[in-house]
Write a protein that binds this ligand. Structure first.
Ligand SMILES: Nc1ncnc2c1ncn2[C@@H]1O[C@H](COP(=O)(O)OP(=O)(O)OP(=O)(O)O)[C@@H](O)[C@H]1O
Ligand SMILES: [Mg+2]
Length: 427
């Protein structure tokens, strides 16, 4: 059905239900519209396959695979797919509308991100990937355009455009289907070679995204897709710390592990990467970051950032020596990055016992889990999630903000997903 509208010109209702309102973006194979779901009376995003593809069975199939795979996924860090179908020859997917921007535009306007912010974004994307990986779904197109940043601070991965049931693909050896439609800068070496891909390919792509968030460029930037693909396969990335000295050694280690050429050398899936990002503070100073119930349910035994074979051993030895030799500098750096709290550095200079002093409880309201963990650790407390979900924001805490409590004691927090969150971007 078609209508005329003064501002929008010709507009359509897809499937007698979705009133297309305005275009909000376009990519290689589709256009995204803001639309009104007339049945549910809510705003949605509708991805409409380009007309030229409608007659191509290969592309239509890809579109349907995307819709089916994505609609099976429900996670706070994945854009929810509500519906999909075909109307007058137009194939479309109806999904959650994210009011905000995407990471590509966010990086264009901001340049290099703060370490904390980059970690929060990477951690959320890793959690979303982890949920897909647990269902044997590999995204295969992780890149900044597919990471949406809501004005409410939410981070959501979208466009499982070439996502496929990797078990099926491995069985059929059809892994090259649609490969050229991705962006080669984020392709894992095995993906660039058209080999079997596993969740580790998404880990690699997220490693490239992390690298880019912290250095303002991707590690491999040849002047043609073939050259870039060869770089992924053959070249070692320059350590990101060369371009941004504020990257902590442990974070650089995580990024380089994601970028290992051999999939088995990387974190095996998004959940393991997320966990390693959570353990950054632990890696810096041998402390433990409290785990949420959600995290403890992840079937993994890894609680430390794993080492990366001989290079990693050299790195660890070097890091240990450095810590011993320039201990004060390391501690200072960690304090500056808010990963740890060191009483004699931030408590006014005296070597005060860490347990016999009453200190002010920080205000954690509206903070994300990672922010709340970082803040409470910095202030000398440990965080415990007593109700709600770690993916929301803090809506209540005990003891209350500004009360006095013993250093080293716990703060119980209640979190809710729909609670307001400070915006991540200003535009
Ligand atoms: N659910 C959504 N809510 C709000 N904006 C969205 C949504 N999905 C996509 N967008 C916007 O539309 C843009 C285009 O998305 P689309 O998936 O069509 O292309 P792409 O990811 O840039 O490229 P490709 O086709 O290679 O995947 C995104 O970059 C994003 O800015
Ligand atoms: Mg996309």
């Amino acid at each position: 059905m078609e209508y005329k509208d003064e501002e929008l010109g010709e507009i359509e209702v897809l499937g007698d239900r979705y009133l297309l309102q305005n275009r909000i973006g376009s990519g290689g194979m589709a256009t995204i519209y803001r639309a009104q779901d007339l049945q549910m009376d809510r705003a949605v995003a509708v991805k409409v396959l380009r007309e030229i593809y409608n007659t191509n069975p290969k592309f239509v199939r890809r579109f349907q695979v995307e819709a089916k795979a994505a609609s099976a996924l429900q996670h706070p860090n994945i854009v929810q797919v509500y519906d999909y179908g075909q109307s007058d020859g137009n194939y479309y997917i109806v999904m959650e509308l994210v009011d905000g921007t995407d990471l590509r535009r966010y990086l264009s306007s901001r340049g290099v991100l703060d370490v904390d912010r980059a970690i929060i974004i990477a951690h959320d994307v890793a959690l979303g990937l982890g949920a897909a990986h647990r269902r044997s779904i590999v995204h295969r197109d992780v890149k900044p355009q597919n990471v949406l940043i809501g004005k409410d601070g939410s981070i959501k991965l979208t466009d499982f455009g070439i996502a496929s049931m990797y078990k099926d693909l491995n069985a059929d050896r059809l892994t090259t289907t649609g490969m050229t439609l991705g962006t080669v800068q984020y392709f894992a070496p095995e993906q660039a070679q058209g080999e079997i891909v596993s969740p580790a390919a998404d880990v690699y792509a997220l490693g490239i995204v992390m690298y880019e968030m912290l250095t303002d460029h991707t590690p491999f930037n040849g002047n043609s897709p073939v050259v870039v693909a060869m770089q992924h396969i053959q070249d070692q990335p320059n350590p990101p710390g060369q371009f941004n000295p504020s990257i902590p050694a442990a974070l650089e280690e995580i990024i380089l592990r994601c970028l290992e050429k051999v999939p088995d050398m990387r974190f095996p899936d998004g959940s393991q990467l997320a966990r390693s990002l959570e353990m950054l503070g632990d890696a810096e100073m041998g402390e433990t970051v409290s785990m949420t119930p959600e995290h403890t349910s992840i079937p993994t035994t890894s609680t430390r950032i794993p080492s990366r074979q001989s290079k990693s051993m050299t790195f660890i030895l070097l890091a240990t020596l450095l810590v011993l030799l320039v201990f004060s500098f390391s501690v200072y750096l960690a304090v500056q990055l808010s990963f740890i709290h060191v009483p004699f550095f931030s408590g006014g200079g005296a070597m005060t016992s860490s347990t016999d002093r009453l200190i002010e409880v920080p205000d954690l309201h509206t903070m994300s889990w990672l922010n709340a963990v970082a803040t409470s650790e910095k202030e000398g407390f440990r965080l415990v999630l007593v109700s709600g979900q770690a993916k929301g924001v803090v809506v209540d805490q005990n003891p209350k903000a500004h009360d006095k409590a013993t250093r080293g004691s716990t703060i119980d927090v209640k979190m809710e997903i729909l609670a307001p969150h400070p915006p991540l971007h200003s535009s």
